[in-house]
Ligand binder design. Structure first.
Ligand code: GAR
Length: 180
């Protein structure tokens, strides 16, 4: 799994995979000090910090691909990984890299999606799980869950994160079951 920040989706996937008899083999994080690293330690998932730093993207992503190969990953789940992956990674794993996004794509791609949808007055928001392609929050959609607007932005965010954890966990486990 690849994550950049808090890691709540990472943790939800680790637990769901374990409950279904699968294993999260590796967390790769690109941000030093990100909370997902602490979660990985607590959950007993091996973690690697791979920073992009000032180096060419291809170099960082060669390290990412090598780490995924070494770990024997069957599926790559982006869990709040806030970077666009380059073509070599996408081509190597095409159809087997998934992403979760907190909107009903194609609406509200990009950052800060929940707040933008809420402030625009959307009556129904939601979450999307999709295969990753070369675009930003694009690629074949595997599933969506609609979430009604709540009284406040914070409540709406909380409902959306719960929906993400539920939908992403279910779809990832279904795909892992197929690989076995
Ligand atoms: C999640 O809401 C995820 O959908 C979003 O980042 C958050 C990460 O939370 N991802 C994107 O916006 C990708 N474009 P988490 O670190 O607690 O899982």
């Amino acid at each position: 799994m690849l994550a950049s920040g808090n890691g709540s989706n990472f943790a939800a996937l680790v637990r769901a995979a374990r409950d279904a008899g699968h294993q999260a083999v590796l967390l790769i994080c690109d941000k030093p000090g990100a909370y997902c690293l602490e979660r990985a330690e607590r959950l007993g998932v091996p973690a690697r910090l791979i920073q992009y730093g000032g180096r060419p993207r291809a170099q960082a992503e060669a390290d990412i691909m090598a780490a995924l190969e070494d770990a024997g990953a069957d599926l790559v789940a982006l869990a709040g990984f806030m970077r666009l992956l380059g073509r070599p990674v996408i081509e190597r794993w095409r159809g087997r890299i998934l992403n979760v996004h907190p909107s009903l794509l194609p609406a509200w791609a990009g950052v800060d999606s929940i707040r933008r949808a809420y402030e625009a007055g959307d009556p129904v928001l939601g979450v999307t799980v999709h295969q990753v392609d070369e675009g930003m929050d694009t690629g074949p959609v595997l599933g969506q869950e609609r979430v009604g607007r709540a009284a406040t932005l914070a409540e709406t965010e909380s409902l959306i994160h719960q929906a993400e954890h539920r939908l992403y966990a279910r779809l990832v486990v279904e795909l892992l079951d197929e690989v076995d």
